[in-house]
Design a protein around this ligand. Structure first.
Ligand SMILES: [Zn+2]
Length: 445
């Protein structure tokens, strides 16, 4: 009986050893195709823009290109009317059910810096010299200590007149190459996989029109992080709070008699009370949040002053205190100054740490180690697609490195090697999640 039992274990050992070997070799085959793919994507300007209703023409073009490329791989692919590209790959495992792996990336680039007309420069065998770009932009070891790891390797920059768009065309390249790999190696065992490429991440709207029908993974990983090994395990929660003070018309000289009320005074006092200097961004670091009054708008027709506050925090209790502070200030000022103040809260993104399955990190760590990558967890003082999905749909995910550096800058650059390693991590995630059982998943919930 014991001998009989030992056989399947030995067989499984050899099977998994040979699978790992084969997967490593398979990955190497796709490396050469990644850089040309990346270069072709960055040359399609796809900046997002908060002032348009939903999509910019550049994003539409990028989405079309990606959809046509992905559709040809032959997996069930859905191009939504909001230009999300979903791929739902059915499991090829026999006799058992594995959990659903989710992988995402965003194809827009930031509106903060020009991202159209990108002319990428490939620097092979980097020799450690400072890289001088047009308009006097310089990338060197002082500005980028991580660059020291790139000696002898391939990096990509813009020509200095635009950003590069590695955020997140690197992630998109990783995802598309993963899909190509799965399509061309149908015997590679995998469970169900949900892929989504989103628009509008850099304007905080990548989860806004996400359809759960096509993307509802058990374990979600967003390929939009930075340097080799980086994993974002927590991030700021973000609320936009708009306090609108309603003034009362009348001649100010006879305000005592005619009830004229000045909304600017109330807006100023509100800022002073709701955002004391101790809570401002310049006094916040590490895991401490902040309140930033960043915009005031006067509407002469409506006679209102609206104050836009940004609330950022890791700890939900801290966020509640900030909001309560604004509400209390609005309440006391509306009484003291006899004006109406309306407070509106818009949830923008949420700390993923509140909604990730506990074993999601150990799965990712295993996938990284198999790719020769040491996981480097960090808490991000910003938001991610995972954080936007978390706010809207209540499930979180980790953000994984892609090789992008200095996002949203003329000095943005890509490490070709890190992008390839991240692709290997994605491929290993497929294997790691396929080894899990759905039953296991239920126990751990
Ligand atoms: Zn990004």
């Amino acid at each position: 009986m014991k001998k009989l039992l030992a056989w399947p274990i030995i067989a499984a050992f050899f099977l998994s050893a040979s699978m790992a070997f084969a997967q490593g070799k398979i990955a190497d085959k796709y490396r050469a195709g990644m850089l040309p793919r990346f270069l072709s994507y960055v040359q399609i300007g796809s900046m997002s823009d908060n002032s348009v209703e939903w999509m910019t023409p550049g994003q539409e073009k990028m989405a079309e290109v990606l959809y046509n490329e992905i559709k040809a791989f032959g997996f069930p692919t859905h191009f939504s009317k909001d230009k999300y590209i979903y791929v739902n790959i059915p499991s090829n495992l026999k006799n058992r059910q594995a959990p659903v792996l989710g992988i995402s990336a965003h194809y827009d680039t930031t509106p903060d810096i020009i991202g159209n007309g990108v002319k990428p420069q490939v620097i092979k065998n980097y020799n450690g010299q400072a890289i001088t770009l047009k308009n006097g932009h310089v990338i060197n070891f002082m500005s980028d200590p991580y660059l020291k790891n790139m000696l002898g390797k391939t990096i990509v920059t813009s020509d200095g007149t635009t950003n590069l768009g590695a955020d997140d065309k690197a992630g998109v390249t990783i995802v598309v190459t993963l899909l190509q790999t799965l399509a061309e190696n149908p015997k590679m065992p995998h469970g169900p996989i949900h892929i989504v490429l989103t628009p509008n991440e850099d304007v905080g709207r990548s989860a806004e029109r996400l359809e759960l029908k096509y993307y509802h993974p058990d374990y979600a990983y967003d390929f939009d992080g930075g340097v080799n090994g980086e994993v974002v395990v927590a991030n700021f929660s973000a609320d936009r709070v708009v306090a609108t003070v309603q003034g009362v018309n009348g001649h100010q000289s006879y305000a005592a008699e005619n009830g004229y009320r000045n909304s600017a005074k109330a807006a100023g006092d509100l800022i002073a009370k709701a955002a004391p200097s101790a809570n401002l961004p310049n006094n916040s670091r590490g895991e401490q949040g902040y309140v930033e009054p960043h915009h005031i708008e006067y509407d002469p027709v409506k006679n209102t002053h609206s104050v836009d506050f940004r609330l950022r925090y890791f700890d939900q209790e801290e966020g509640k205190r900030y909001l309560e502070n604004i509400k209390q200030a609005a309440d006391s000022l509306s009484k003291a100054l006899d004006v109406a103040i309306k407070v509106q809260v818009i949830k923008q993104y949420e700390n993923v740490a509140y909604g990730v399955k506990p074993e999601a990190l150990s799965i990712l760590s295993a996938a990284m180690k198999e790719a020769g990558v040491t996981p480097d967890t960090k808490k991000e003082r910003a938001g991610t697609t995972s954080a936007m999905i978390m706010a809207k749909h209540g499930f979180g995910g980790y953000t994984v490195f892609t090789g992008q550096n200095n996002p949203h800058a003329f000095t943005e650059w890509l490490s070709e090697e890190d992008m390839f390693k991240a692709y290997k991590v994605a491929l290993n995630l497929v294997k790691q999640v396929a080894q899990k059982q759905v039953a296991q998943l239920k126990v751990s919930k």
